[in-house]
Design a protein around this ligand. Structure first.
Ligand code: GLU
Length: 382
């Protein structure tokens, strides 16, 4: 109920403000009732939030651009997109009055919010810093180890014990009346009995030895039924234990928790938020100028991991399925993304209302799904 009221209030506010004529950004380029406002919109960030086309004429796309276009259309604004080299340079351009607006995967951090000449919008996406490693091929021992695990060894032990018991029983029943097939001496006879039990268990049934006495046949019959029932469940149990052990051994990345980063060489992109996290977890930092440079270091095995915005890493791994890249489950901190405006921009309030309208509607989920796919579910969001 409260959510509904809040939602209605937000929508109502949005409609109310939308009814006003566009607010001027600067006296030269806009007028209150005249032609639509043309904004200088800086773009910074990484795919899938900001995706540049292959050619100059291609439009810029991505989640951030979907969000911005939706807002701009609702307000009747036109955009002149100005790609920026990096987030830090883009923030400077806003502060210097070169941009009316900055869109992209820009993390809202205390240090940035503190800057006097810029202002962040409300957040539109909850991101986090993630860690990417190379998927390791499991070693020969890792593949073979499950066969020597507790499950395999205990199953083999139980089976041997059963063969021993049945071997004894059959020998005891048969040794007098069937000495050709079950030797009266214990050592020979037990071997014959266990062999018979094994041949029966596996339903191979050579028929080289078979019980002749009533008691021997009764023991054999019970053993057949017990074997039939237990053998299949032992096989199934072993198979699932092996599968679990094999998949676990193959999926063990060298970095599994943030603490594992200590002392590892980690590539991070200069001036991104990941730098301070790599420092916090005492990684051996290798600075790269771009994300692709950081990825190159990882692929050449010059570093153990790359730290960057997790959704960006997930997108990169999806785009390069052949490169054996693995995004770990690590999600360091909550890092909200927002857009940036010059401080006291008259657009701020209207953008915030539209942005929150979007976040509270299903549209935002559609934008995310469009670029990150269905698999990037609620659980995987950040
Ligand atoms: N979200 C990060 C930041 O704001 C990385 C942005 C980027 O360079 O793509 O620092």
């Amino acid at each position: 109920m409260f959510r509904y009221l809040l939602f209605t209030a937000v929508i109502g506010l949005g409609c109310g403000l939308g009814g006003f004529s566009p607010t001027p950004v600067s006296a030269q380029r806009t007028s209150a009732s005249g032609p639509p406002v043309r904004l200088r919109v800086g773009v910074a960030g990484a795919p899938p939030f900001v995706i540049y086309g292959d050619q100059d004429a291609d439009p810029i796309n991505g989640i951030s651009l979907d969000v911005w276009r939706d807002i701009a259309i609702s307000q009747g604004w036109e955009s002149q997109y100005i790609p920026q080299k990096s987030v830090s340079e883009a923030l400077k351009a806003v502060a210097d009055g070169e941009l009316d607006m900055l869109v992209g995967s820009i993390s809202i951090t205390p240090e940035r919010v503190k800057l006097p000449d810029i202002s962040f919008t409300q957040p539109y996406f909850g991101s986090s810093v993630g860690v990417m490693v190379l998927e390791e091929d499991s070693t020969l021992w890792q593949r073979v180890a499950p066969f020597f695990g507790i499950t395999a060894l205990s199953s083999a032990g139980v089976l041997t014990l059963l063969l021993f018991i049945v071997g004894n029983l059959v020998w005891l029943a048969e040794r007098r009346q069937n000495p050709e097939q079950f030797d009266p001496s214990y050592s020979e006879g037990l071997q014959n009995g266990m062999w018979f039990a094994l041949v029966t268990l596996t339903t191979v049934g050579y028929g080289d030895r078979s019980p002749k006495t009533k008691m021997g046949q009764l023991i054999a019959s019970i053993w057949m039924i017990v074997a039939l029932l237990s053998f299949s469940s032992i096989t199934a149990g072993l198979a699932s234990a092996f599968t679990a052990a094999i998949s676990e051994s193959a999926a063990q990345p060298t970095v599994q928790t943030p603490r594992d980063l200590k002392g590892k060489s980690v590539a991070v992109v200069t001036d991104t938020t990941a730098v301070s996290w790599a420092d916090f977890y005492q990684a051996d930092i290798r600075l790269a100028s771009t994300l692709s440079a950081a990825m190159a270091l990882l692929k050449q095995q010059q570093v153990d991991a790359v730290m960057f915005d997790r959704p960006v890493l997930v997108y990169y791994a999806n785009q390069h399925p052949d490169q054996k890249l693995k995004v770990t489950e690590i999600r360091i901190a909550l890092e909200p993304y927002g857009f940036v405006l010059p401080v006291d921009s008259p657009l701020e309030k209207r953008i915030n209302v539209q942005l929150l309208n979007l976040v509270y509607s299903k549209k935002m989920a559609l934008f995310i799904e469009r670029w990150l796919g269905n698999s990037f579910t609620q659980a995987n969001r950040r």
